[in-house]
Design a protein around this ligand. Structure first.
Ligand SMILES: *Cc1c(COP(=O)(O)O)cnc(C)c1O
Length: 376
């Protein structure tokens, strides 16, 4: 059994993917071939935003967003402490200061209450400039954007959506990657929509931000290719990856997102009475980048993980360490806030296999094995 079974997807989509790859080889159009623009158009349509710009990976996508906002030394950027390192790393790379915020118990996403406290702290201290919030759609579930939008407007903060895990989710029909003034995503193979290597994208409705990010991703170019206006990156999505993503995006829309939700539904039905399953608020849809459950305590979690391993069931722990616990962040000014929810969850969380090709039979075996152990 695989944690994420990419091969099953390839087998299903093989003829279309192979044909698209062959087309790129035949045209030898490896950089910025027509598939890149076609993909950007389809992604923007799916998310229902005006602009999509692909780039080399989800980390660069965040960096492009921060560059477009001129995030720099002296700026405070609020990020959830329970996330993948890149969310905070890109802030530090700009010379700015990530301010860590605890998460909500039910959704694993940034806590708006703790966010307000963190903003007031930074405001009162008057050492850093209130700049931006990066909300993360963790494990596929959009963050609480109605409230986040309100807070961002109240304090004049930019709102960036890190949708690396969130692509495909929605709130009342409005799609993930449309909630921030800039949203980002990743096409790392294990994400809900993955390519066969590294890839990423930014989304925005704003023409000016779009033009800036377009420039920054190409060495800060101006109208002419050899006219450089600013210091930028070299961050492109290969034509090959765009060609691979086109049929994958189609499958994602036609059945994969639904299949992921079916798998999640079976876990919920089979496990909700014996451990904590993810809470999906009313009107929200998750793309289930991960299916995360909480055990009673750390001891039980480690025992269950070991038992599942013995039975051939792979699991993961996202995340063992939050941002405030990383060695690199030990001098961070928000480190003393206290992050009880993130610390509790990182001890108890267990991520179960989830992908659109998980067979019902396999899944019932996983559920039975967990039940057998947890109920004892
Ligand atoms: C994966 C991920 C990223 C980075 O994406 P890459 O394509 O690996 O650079 C950023 N933020 C979150 C929350 C992620 O899960």
């Amino acid at each position: 059994m695989q944690f994420i079974y990419l091969k099953a997807q390839y087998i299903k989509l093989q003829s279309e993917i192979n044909r698209n790859i062959q087309m790129v080889f035949d045209a030898a159009d490896f950089i910025m071939g027509p598939q890149v623009e076609e993909l950007e158009r389809q992604l923007a349509d799916y998310v229902a935003v005006k602009h999509c710009l692909t780039c080399a990976n989800g980390t660069d996508a965040l960096t492009l967003a921060l560059m477009a906002y001129d995030v720099k030394v002296g700026d405070a950027v609020f990020v959830p402490t329970f996330t993948f390192y890149a969310t905070a790393e890109t802030v530090s790379l700009r010379g700015a200061t990530p301010i860590f915020v605890d998460i909500e118990l039910g959704t694993y996403n940034i806590s708006c209450e703790r966010l307000r406290e963190a903003i007031l702290y930074v405001k009162t201290e008057r050492k850093l400039n209130l700049k931006a919030i990066i909300a993360v759609d963790l494990f596929g579930l959009p963050a609480d954007y109605p409230q986040l939008r309100h807070i961002a407007d109240e304090y004049g903060l930019k709102l960036i959506e890190d949708g690396a895990q969130g692509f495909g989710g929605s709130i009342n029909g409005k799609k993930a990657c449309s909630f921030g003034e800039i949203a980002t995503t990743s096409f790392y193979p294990a994400k809900p929509l993955g390519c066969y290597g590294d890839g990423g994208a930014v989304f925005t409705d704003d023409d000016e931000l779009f033009a800036l990010m377009q420039s920054y991703k190409e060495h800060g170019r101006g109208g002419d290719k050899y006219d450089n206006l600013r210091v930028g990156l070299n961050s492109r999505l290969d034509t090959l990856q765009a060609a691979i993503l086109l049929p994958k995006l189609k499958a994602f829309q036609e059945f994969e997102l639904e299949a992921r939700n079916q798998v999640a539904g079976r876990y919920r039905d089979g496990l909700a009475d014996c451990l904590v399953v993810p809470h999906i608020p009313e009107g929200y849809v998750s793309s289930y980048a991960q299916y995360s459950v909480l055990l009673k305590d750390g001891q039980q979690r480690d025992r269950v993980q070991q038992k599942l391993k013995e039975k051939g069931i792979p699991t993961m722990i996202y995340y063992k360490k939050s941002m405030h616990q990383q060695t690199v962040h030990q001098g961070n000014p928000s480190i003393h806030f206290g992050f009880p929810v993130a610390e509790d969850i990182s001890k108890r969380i267990l991520n179960l296999p989830i992908h659109p090709y998980l067979e019902e039979e396999e899944q019932l075996y996983i559920i039975e094995t967990i039940r057998d152990f947890v109920s004892r």
